[in-house]
Design a protein around this ligand. Structure first.
Ligand code: NDP
Length: 285
């Protein structure tokens, strides 16, 4: 029987610790950290993520403002809003919910956010500093994955780690963080030849593809640790499911994250942590 790595539980305890810390901020600094989330359009997935971020902010005691704009907003207007927020001293974190409509250049928008207020860790300066091992804001999902592994007592140093997926927001940064923890990291992707042969080598397998139950039991080594980042709808049951076939894999591995309740809650929790870190860096400058 595998250990189920409970992200919901860890997220809850981290949020309680943060709330206790934030409760001291008004006396120490005169105010609490302020996170501004910009939501463009009405995509149901994005609306639900933004609602989750507002709820978590409330739990931790942060000030949260959500700016909602129609998907007809021009790039210029969006950049204007970011510029105002960059120059607003009472705003500590700025997050633009992705994806953006096609007529808006996402890279340009991300680069327009001041790196010190980039709580998602997507700004080119934060990305560069991550790869240079310099102080930076880490992207939330990769940061959450490392916390989950550590809390579950998984030894990372020296392990054979396979990351499936090479996106800028998950696959690549989590690979770098695992490398920083002294793992031997292989990055697989859609052009990898014989994916199963590669994933079967993994002591720790991290999967961030976006395809329901794509990783099957025969692709996983006995006793491996599996981190499932995927958030998909099961085409049959219509329920949320990950990128790995949990029911088939769980009996074979030593530890695994569930979907929902694994990586997802840690992503939002790390966003709260990043907002607090941005606030404290400013206050302590
Ligand atoms: P992207 O679509 O940006 O990247 C997917 C990656 O998977 C690509 O690198 C792609 O390879 C690779 N891939 C696609 N098909 C295959 C295949 N058949 N075999 C091997 N590799 C494949 O996705 P994201 O990284 O943004 O997200 C991945 C998943 O994680 C999604 O389900 C998303 O919803 C979820 N997610 C969950 C979060 C959470 O907090 N729980 C946060 C962020 C994402 P290639 O580069 O060659 O195209």
């Amino acid at each position: 029987m595998a250990t189920i790595i409970n992200g919901k539980e860890l997220a809850l305890s981290l949020k309680q610790e943060m709330a206790a810390n934030v409760a001291t901020f008004t006396e120490k600094y005169g105010r609490v950290p302020h996170l501004v989330v910009i939501l463009v359009g009405e995509d149901p997935g994005s609306v639900s993520y933004v609602t989750g971020k507002a709820k978590a902010s409330e739990e931790v005691g942060l000030k949260n403002t959500t700016i909602r704009k129609p998907d007809t907003i021009s790039e210029e207007e969006l950049l204007g809003i970011i510029d105002e927020l960059n120059n607003d001293d009472t705003v500590d974190g700025i997050l633009v919910q992705l994806p953006l409509p096609k007529h808006i250049d996402t890279d340009k928008v991300i680069a327009a956010i001041k790196a010190e207020k980039d709580v998602d860790g997507f700004h080119p300066m934060n990305v560069a500093n991550l790869w240079l091992k310099q102080p930076c804001t880490l992207p939330c999902t990769p940061k959450g994955i490392i916390k989950l592994l550590k809390r579950a007592g998984v030894e990372i140093a020296g392990k054979e780690v396979v990351v499936v997926g090479r996106s800028n927001i998950v696959g690549l940064p989590v690979s770098k963080l695992l490398l920083n923890e002294n793992a031997t990291v292989t990055i697989a992707h859609s052009r990898t030849r014989d994916l199963g042969e590669v994933t079967r080598r993994a002591d720790i397998l991290v999967v961030a593809i976006g395809r329901a139950k794509f990783i099957t039991a025969d692709m996983v080594k006995e006793g491996a640790v599996v981190i499932d980042v995927g958030v998909n709808r099961d085409p049959e049951s219509k329920k949320l499911c990950g990128d790995v076939d949990f029911a088939a894999i769980e009996p074979k591995v030593s530890a695994i994250t569930p979907v929902p309740g694994g990586v997802g809650p840690m992503t939002i929790t790390c966003l709260m942590e990043n907002t607090i870190e941005c606030f404290l860096r400013k206050m302590e400058r």
